[in-house]
Design a protein around this ligand. Structure first.
Ligand code: MG
Length: 381
Protein backbone atom coordinates (compact mmCIF):
# COMPACT_ATOMS: atom_id res chain seq x y z
CA UNK A 1 0.00 0.00 0.00
CA UNK A 2 1.21 3.52 -0.84
CA UNK A 3 1.85 5.98 1.99
CA UNK A 4 -1.58 7.37 2.74
CA UNK A 5 -2.33 10.97 1.79
CA UNK A 6 -2.83 13.33 4.76
CA UNK A 7 -6.58 13.45 4.09
CA UNK A 8 -6.88 9.63 4.15
CA UNK A 9 -8.40 7.87 7.16
CA UNK A 10 -5.73 6.11 9.21
CA UNK A 11 -5.81 4.22 12.49
CA UNK A 12 -4.16 7.14 14.26
CA UNK A 13 -7.03 9.52 13.47
CA UNK A 14 -9.77 6.88 13.76
CA UNK A 15 -12.59 7.16 16.28
CA UNK A 16 -12.10 3.45 16.90
CA UNK A 17 -14.53 0.77 18.01
CA UNK A 18 -17.56 0.95 20.31
CA UNK A 19 -16.19 -1.84 22.51
CA UNK A 20 -12.47 -1.60 23.27
CA UNK A 21 -10.45 -4.58 22.02
CA UNK A 22 -6.75 -5.45 22.11
CA UNK A 23 -5.00 -4.41 18.88
CA UNK A 24 -4.69 -7.11 16.19
CA UNK A 25 -1.40 -8.90 15.51
CA UNK A 26 0.24 -8.56 12.12
CA UNK A 27 -2.65 -6.76 10.47
CA UNK A 28 -4.26 -3.36 10.71
CA UNK A 29 -7.59 -2.46 12.31
CA UNK A 30 -9.27 -1.89 8.93
CA UNK A 31 -7.95 -5.19 7.61
CA UNK A 32 -9.53 -6.75 10.66
CA UNK A 33 -12.85 -5.08 9.75
CA UNK A 34 -12.66 -6.43 6.20
CA UNK A 35 -11.88 -9.91 7.52
CA UNK A 36 -14.81 -9.79 9.97
CA UNK A 37 -17.16 -8.83 7.15
CA UNK A 38 -15.96 -11.64 4.88
CA UNK A 39 -16.44 -14.18 7.69
CA UNK A 40 -19.95 -12.99 8.54
CA UNK A 41 -23.06 -15.05 7.77
CA UNK A 42 -24.71 -12.11 6.02
CA UNK A 43 -21.78 -11.89 3.60
CA UNK A 44 -22.07 -15.54 2.54
CA UNK A 45 -25.78 -15.10 1.89
CA UNK A 46 -25.03 -12.46 -0.75
CA UNK A 47 -24.17 -15.31 -3.08
CA UNK A 48 -27.84 -16.23 -3.35
CA UNK A 49 -29.36 -12.79 -3.38
CA UNK A 50 -30.57 -11.12 -6.55
CA UNK A 51 -28.90 -8.10 -8.02
CA UNK A 52 -31.24 -7.77 -11.04
CA UNK A 53 -31.60 -11.34 -12.30
CA UNK A 54 -32.73 -14.06 -9.96
CA UNK A 55 -30.25 -16.76 -9.24
CA UNK A 56 -31.72 -19.57 -11.28
CA UNK A 57 -31.90 -17.50 -14.49
CA UNK A 58 -28.28 -18.31 -15.25
CA UNK A 59 -24.85 -18.88 -13.76
CA UNK A 60 -23.19 -15.85 -15.32
CA UNK A 61 -25.33 -13.01 -14.04
CA UNK A 62 -24.19 -10.85 -11.16
CA UNK A 63 -25.40 -11.68 -7.72
CA UNK A 64 -25.09 -9.38 -4.71
CA UNK A 65 -21.84 -11.16 -3.91
CA UNK A 66 -20.11 -10.67 -7.25
CA UNK A 67 -21.47 -7.10 -7.39
CA UNK A 68 -19.90 -6.39 -3.98
CA UNK A 69 -16.58 -7.87 -5.13
CA UNK A 70 -16.62 -5.66 -8.22
CA UNK A 71 -17.33 -2.60 -6.07
CA UNK A 72 -14.42 -3.58 -3.80
CA UNK A 73 -12.06 -3.97 -6.77
CA UNK A 74 -12.99 -0.60 -8.30
CA UNK A 75 -12.81 1.09 -4.91
CA UNK A 76 -9.36 -0.25 -4.18
CA UNK A 77 -7.98 0.87 -7.55
CA UNK A 78 -9.38 4.37 -7.16
CA UNK A 79 -8.35 4.60 -3.50
CA UNK A 80 -4.80 3.66 -4.43
CA UNK A 81 -4.66 6.33 -7.15
CA UNK A 82 -5.88 8.96 -4.67
CA UNK A 83 -3.69 7.85 -1.75
CA UNK A 84 -6.69 6.75 0.33
CA UNK A 85 -7.02 3.87 2.79
CA UNK A 86 -7.43 0.77 0.60
CA UNK A 87 -8.43 -1.55 3.41
CA UNK A 88 -11.13 0.82 4.56
CA UNK A 89 -12.70 1.16 1.09
CA UNK A 90 -12.56 -2.60 0.71
CA UNK A 91 -14.34 -3.14 4.02
CA UNK A 92 -17.04 -0.58 3.20
CA UNK A 93 -17.53 -2.02 -0.30
CA UNK A 94 -17.86 -5.61 0.88
CA UNK A 95 -20.39 -4.59 3.54
CA UNK A 96 -22.39 -2.03 1.59
CA UNK A 97 -25.12 -4.44 0.43
CA UNK A 98 -25.28 -6.81 3.43
CA UNK A 99 -28.73 -5.46 4.35
CA UNK A 100 -30.36 -6.23 1.03
CA UNK A 101 -33.53 -8.31 1.12
CA UNK A 102 -34.05 -11.26 -1.22
CA UNK A 103 -35.19 -10.35 -4.76
CA UNK A 104 -33.34 -7.08 -5.15
CA UNK A 105 -35.08 -3.72 -5.05
CA UNK A 106 -38.56 -5.17 -5.37
CA UNK A 107 -37.98 -7.13 -2.15
CA UNK A 108 -36.79 -4.01 -0.36
CA UNK A 109 -39.79 -1.96 -1.57
CA UNK A 110 -42.25 -4.59 -0.45
CA UNK A 111 -40.68 -5.10 2.96
CA UNK A 112 -40.66 -1.33 3.40
CA UNK A 113 -44.39 -1.29 2.60
CA UNK A 114 -45.04 -4.12 5.11
CA UNK A 115 -43.10 -2.19 7.76
CA UNK A 116 -44.80 1.16 7.08
CA UNK A 117 -46.56 1.28 10.44
CA UNK A 118 -43.43 0.11 12.29
CA UNK A 119 -40.73 2.52 11.15
CA UNK A 120 -40.19 1.25 7.58
CA UNK A 121 -37.36 -0.81 6.15
CA UNK A 122 -34.30 0.55 4.40
CA UNK A 123 -31.55 -1.76 3.10
CA UNK A 124 -28.74 0.70 3.73
CA UNK A 125 -29.72 1.12 7.36
CA UNK A 126 -30.15 -2.65 7.58
CA UNK A 127 -26.53 -3.15 6.44
CA UNK A 128 -25.44 -1.11 9.44
CA UNK A 129 -27.87 -2.99 11.71
CA UNK A 130 -26.29 -6.29 10.63
CA UNK A 131 -22.74 -5.22 11.49
CA UNK A 132 -23.83 -3.36 14.66
CA UNK A 133 -26.43 -5.71 16.12
CA UNK A 134 -27.53 -8.79 14.22
CA UNK A 135 -24.40 -10.83 13.57
CA UNK A 136 -23.85 -13.16 16.53
CA UNK A 137 -20.19 -14.10 16.47
CA UNK A 138 -18.47 -12.70 19.54
CA UNK A 139 -18.84 -13.54 23.21
CA UNK A 140 -18.40 -9.94 24.38
CA UNK A 141 -20.71 -7.98 22.08
CA UNK A 142 -23.45 -8.10 19.46
CA UNK A 143 -22.52 -7.43 15.84
CA UNK A 144 -18.98 -7.12 14.52
CA UNK A 145 -17.82 -4.09 16.52
CA UNK A 146 -16.39 -2.39 13.43
CA UNK A 147 -14.36 0.81 13.33
CA UNK A 148 -16.32 4.07 13.31
CA UNK A 149 -15.14 4.95 9.78
CA UNK A 150 -16.26 1.61 8.35
CA UNK A 151 -19.72 2.14 9.86
CA UNK A 152 -19.76 5.74 8.64
CA UNK A 153 -19.11 4.47 5.10
CA UNK A 154 -21.82 1.81 5.27
CA UNK A 155 -24.47 4.35 6.29
CA UNK A 156 -24.88 6.28 3.06
CA UNK A 157 -28.13 7.91 3.99
CA UNK A 158 -30.33 8.01 7.03
CA UNK A 159 -34.02 8.71 7.67
CA UNK A 160 -34.84 11.43 10.22
CA UNK A 161 -36.28 8.78 12.58
CA UNK A 162 -32.97 6.96 12.79
CA UNK A 163 -30.65 9.96 13.03
CA UNK A 164 -30.99 10.46 16.77
CA UNK A 165 -30.73 6.80 17.67
CA UNK A 166 -27.36 6.69 15.92
CA UNK A 167 -25.61 9.38 17.99
CA UNK A 168 -22.25 10.40 16.54
CA UNK A 169 -22.83 8.41 13.36
CA UNK A 170 -26.14 10.14 12.64
CA UNK A 171 -24.90 13.63 13.46
CA UNK A 172 -23.40 14.30 10.05
CA UNK A 173 -26.84 14.10 8.47
CA UNK A 174 -28.12 16.82 10.82
CA UNK A 175 -25.05 18.95 10.35
CA UNK A 176 -24.88 18.39 6.58
CA UNK A 177 -21.30 17.08 6.68
CA UNK A 178 -19.75 14.62 4.25
CA UNK A 179 -18.33 11.23 5.21
CA UNK A 180 -14.63 10.38 4.61
CA UNK A 181 -13.28 10.38 1.06
CA UNK A 182 -13.08 6.59 1.33
CA UNK A 183 -16.87 6.46 1.88
CA UNK A 184 -17.48 8.94 -0.93
CA UNK A 185 -15.45 6.81 -3.34
CA UNK A 186 -17.34 3.59 -2.52
CA UNK A 187 -20.65 5.36 -2.98
CA UNK A 188 -19.63 6.28 -6.54
CA UNK A 189 -18.01 2.95 -7.41
CA UNK A 190 -21.22 1.16 -6.39
CA UNK A 191 -23.05 3.10 -9.10
CA UNK A 192 -20.11 2.67 -11.51
CA UNK A 193 -20.13 -1.10 -11.00
CA UNK A 194 -23.85 -1.71 -11.45
CA UNK A 195 -24.28 0.71 -14.36
CA UNK A 196 -21.67 -1.28 -16.26
CA UNK A 197 -22.36 -4.83 -15.18
CA UNK A 198 -26.08 -4.34 -15.78
CA UNK A 199 -25.26 -3.44 -19.40
CA UNK A 200 -23.29 -6.67 -19.66
CA UNK A 201 -26.00 -8.76 -17.96
CA UNK A 202 -28.72 -6.99 -19.95
CA UNK A 203 -27.04 -7.93 -23.23
CA UNK A 204 -26.29 -11.47 -22.07
CA UNK A 205 -29.94 -12.01 -21.13
CA UNK A 206 -31.02 -10.45 -24.45
CA UNK A 207 -33.31 -8.07 -22.64
CA UNK A 208 -31.13 -5.32 -24.15
CA UNK A 209 -29.69 -5.12 -27.66
CA UNK A 210 -26.56 -3.43 -29.03
CA UNK A 211 -28.76 -1.30 -31.29
CA UNK A 212 -30.69 0.01 -28.28
CA UNK A 213 -27.49 0.72 -26.36
CA UNK A 214 -26.07 2.64 -29.31
CA UNK A 215 -28.56 5.38 -28.45
CA UNK A 216 -26.61 5.94 -25.20
CA UNK A 217 -23.69 8.34 -25.78
CA UNK A 218 -21.07 6.75 -23.52
CA UNK A 219 -21.78 3.26 -24.86
CA UNK A 220 -21.77 4.37 -28.51
CA UNK A 221 -18.51 6.25 -28.03
CA UNK A 222 -16.72 3.34 -26.32
CA UNK A 223 -18.04 0.88 -28.88
CA UNK A 224 -16.73 3.08 -31.73
CA UNK A 225 -13.32 3.25 -30.03
CA UNK A 226 -13.26 -0.53 -29.56
CA UNK A 227 -14.17 -1.15 -33.21
CA UNK A 228 -11.57 1.36 -34.42
CA UNK A 229 -8.85 -0.50 -32.47
CA UNK A 230 -10.15 -3.96 -33.39
CA UNK A 231 -11.83 -3.87 -36.82
CA UNK A 232 -14.35 -6.68 -37.21
CA UNK A 233 -14.67 -7.27 -33.47
CA UNK A 234 -18.11 -8.72 -32.68
CA UNK A 235 -20.18 -10.74 -30.20
CA UNK A 236 -19.21 -11.11 -26.53
CA UNK A 237 -15.69 -9.77 -27.07
CA UNK A 238 -17.08 -6.53 -28.49
CA UNK A 239 -19.40 -6.20 -25.47
CA UNK A 240 -16.58 -6.83 -23.01
CA UNK A 241 -14.21 -4.44 -24.77
CA UNK A 242 -16.90 -1.73 -24.81
CA UNK A 243 -17.85 -2.18 -21.15
CA UNK A 244 -14.18 -2.27 -20.16
CA UNK A 245 -13.68 1.08 -21.89
CA UNK A 246 -16.74 2.57 -20.18
CA UNK A 247 -15.47 1.53 -16.75
CA UNK A 248 -12.05 2.90 -17.55
CA UNK A 249 -13.45 6.21 -18.77
CA UNK A 250 -15.56 6.60 -15.63
CA UNK A 251 -12.77 5.62 -13.24
CA UNK A 252 -10.21 7.93 -14.84
CA UNK A 253 -12.68 10.81 -14.90
CA UNK A 254 -13.50 10.30 -11.23
CA UNK A 255 -9.82 10.12 -10.23
CA UNK A 256 -8.92 13.25 -12.21
CA UNK A 257 -11.86 15.29 -10.92
CA UNK A 258 -11.39 14.15 -7.31
CA UNK A 259 -7.67 15.02 -7.45
CA UNK A 260 -8.46 18.51 -8.75
CA UNK A 261 -11.14 19.00 -6.08
CA UNK A 262 -8.80 17.81 -3.32
CA UNK A 263 -6.06 20.19 -4.42
CA UNK A 264 -8.42 23.10 -4.82
CA UNK A 265 -10.11 22.57 -1.45
CA UNK A 266 -6.77 22.40 0.41
CA UNK A 267 -8.03 19.62 2.75
CA UNK A 268 -5.32 18.27 5.05
CA UNK A 269 -7.14 15.86 7.34
CA UNK A 270 -10.16 13.53 7.18
CA UNK A 271 -12.09 16.04 9.28
CA UNK A 272 -11.33 18.75 6.70
CA UNK A 273 -12.79 16.35 4.13
CA UNK A 274 -15.93 15.93 6.25
CA UNK A 275 -16.39 19.70 6.50
CA UNK A 276 -15.81 20.34 2.77
CA UNK A 277 -18.36 19.81 -0.01
CA UNK A 278 -18.27 16.34 -1.64
CA UNK A 279 -14.80 15.98 -3.19
CA UNK A 280 -15.23 12.65 -4.97
CA UNK A 281 -17.32 13.36 -8.06
CA UNK A 282 -17.31 13.05 -11.83
CA UNK A 283 -16.50 15.96 -14.12
CA UNK A 284 -19.26 18.19 -15.44
CA UNK A 285 -18.79 16.50 -18.80
CA UNK A 286 -19.16 12.94 -17.45
CA UNK A 287 -22.12 13.48 -15.12
CA UNK A 288 -24.81 13.82 -17.84
CA UNK A 289 -23.37 10.78 -19.67
CA UNK A 290 -23.68 8.59 -16.61
CA UNK A 291 -27.14 10.00 -15.91
CA UNK A 292 -28.20 9.08 -19.45
CA UNK A 293 -26.90 5.52 -19.04
CA UNK A 294 -28.71 5.07 -15.72
CA UNK A 295 -31.98 6.44 -17.12
CA UNK A 296 -31.64 4.04 -20.05
CA UNK A 297 -31.14 1.06 -17.73
CA UNK A 298 -34.05 2.09 -15.56
CA UNK A 299 -36.44 2.33 -18.50
CA UNK A 300 -35.23 -0.63 -20.56
CA UNK A 301 -33.85 -3.14 -18.09
CA UNK A 302 -35.17 -2.57 -14.56
CA UNK A 303 -38.67 -1.96 -15.95
CA UNK A 304 -38.48 -4.67 -18.60
CA UNK A 305 -41.57 -6.83 -18.68
CA UNK A 306 -39.61 -9.99 -17.76
CA UNK A 307 -37.93 -8.30 -14.81
CA UNK A 308 -41.27 -6.83 -13.66
CA UNK A 309 -42.92 -10.24 -13.77
CA UNK A 310 -40.29 -11.50 -11.36
CA UNK A 311 -40.80 -8.35 -9.29
CA UNK A 312 -44.51 -8.97 -8.85
CA UNK A 313 -44.00 -12.54 -7.70
CA UNK A 314 -41.21 -11.51 -5.37
CA UNK A 315 -43.44 -8.89 -3.79
CA UNK A 316 -46.20 -11.42 -3.23
CA UNK A 317 -43.73 -13.73 -1.51
CA UNK A 318 -42.38 -11.04 0.81
CA UNK A 319 -45.87 -9.76 1.68
CA UNK A 320 -47.16 -13.31 2.30
CA UNK A 321 -44.20 -14.22 4.52
CA UNK A 322 -44.58 -11.05 6.57
CA UNK A 323 -48.33 -11.65 7.03
CA UNK A 324 -47.78 -15.29 7.98
CA UNK A 325 -45.21 -14.52 10.68
CA UNK A 326 -47.12 -11.54 12.07
CA UNK A 327 -50.21 -13.75 12.33
CA UNK A 328 -48.43 -16.72 13.88
CA UNK A 329 -45.10 -16.39 15.64
CA UNK A 330 -44.88 -20.17 15.85
CA UNK A 331 -44.08 -20.11 12.13
CA UNK A 332 -40.73 -18.49 13.00
CA UNK A 333 -37.60 -20.44 13.94
CA UNK A 334 -36.99 -20.42 17.73
CA UNK A 335 -34.30 -17.74 17.90
CA UNK A 336 -36.34 -15.26 15.82
CA UNK A 337 -39.49 -16.19 17.70
CA UNK A 338 -37.74 -15.37 20.97
CA UNK A 339 -36.91 -11.87 19.71
CA UNK A 340 -40.45 -11.29 18.46
CA UNK A 341 -42.36 -12.69 21.44
CA UNK A 342 -43.86 -10.67 24.33
CA UNK A 343 -42.78 -7.41 22.78
CA UNK A 344 -44.72 -4.42 21.47
CA UNK A 345 -45.82 -4.70 17.84
CA UNK A 346 -43.01 -2.59 16.41
CA UNK A 347 -40.30 -4.75 17.98
CA UNK A 348 -42.14 -7.88 16.90
CA UNK A 349 -42.41 -6.53 13.35
CA UNK A 350 -38.71 -5.54 13.34
CA UNK A 351 -37.66 -9.04 14.38
CA UNK A 352 -39.75 -10.44 11.52
CA UNK A 353 -38.31 -7.92 9.04
CA UNK A 354 -34.78 -8.85 10.17
CA UNK A 355 -35.58 -12.50 9.53
CA UNK A 356 -37.10 -11.90 6.09
CA UNK A 357 -34.37 -9.45 5.04
CA UNK A 358 -31.72 -12.02 5.90
CA UNK A 359 -33.22 -14.67 3.61
CA UNK A 360 -31.66 -15.62 0.31
CA UNK A 361 -33.97 -15.73 -2.72
CA UNK A 362 -34.20 -19.49 -2.70
CA UNK A 363 -34.79 -19.71 1.05
CA UNK A 364 -37.66 -17.19 0.78
CA UNK A 365 -39.24 -19.32 -1.96
CA UNK A 366 -38.79 -22.45 0.15
CA UNK A 367 -40.38 -20.80 3.19
CA UNK A 368 -43.25 -19.57 1.06
CA UNK A 369 -43.89 -23.11 -0.23
CA UNK A 370 -43.73 -24.47 3.33
CA UNK A 371 -46.30 -21.95 4.57
CA UNK A 372 -48.57 -21.61 1.53
CA UNK A 373 -47.92 -24.75 -0.52
CA UNK A 374 -47.06 -24.59 -4.19
CA UNK A 375 -48.90 -21.59 -5.60
CA UNK A 376 -48.95 -19.14 -8.47
CA UNK A 377 -46.76 -16.78 -6.45
CA UNK A 378 -43.86 -19.19 -6.00
CA UNK A 379 -44.25 -21.49 -9.00
CA UNK A 380 -41.95 -19.66 -11.39
CA UNK A 381 -39.30 -18.61 -8.87
MG1 MG B 1 -24.55 -1.98 -4.38
Amino acid sequence: MKTPAPYAVTESVSRGRQHAEPPPHERGEFQRDRDRIIHSTAFRRLEYKTQVFINHEGDHFRTRLTHSLEVAQLSRSIARALGLNEELVEAIALAHDLGHTPFGHSGQDELNACMEAFGGFEHNFQSLRIVDVLEERYPAFDGLNLMFETREGILKHCSPDNIHALGELGRRFIEGRQPSLEAQVVNLTDEMAYSNHDVDDGLRSELLSLEQLDTVAIFAQCRREAEACWPGLAGRRLVHETVRRMINALALDLITQARANITQSGVETPDDVRAAPALAEYSGEMRPKLRELKAFLFKNLYRHERVLRMTNQAQRIIADLFAAYMGDLDALPPQHRARAQSNPDDIKARAIADYIAGMTDRYAVKEHRRLYGKSEANAAL
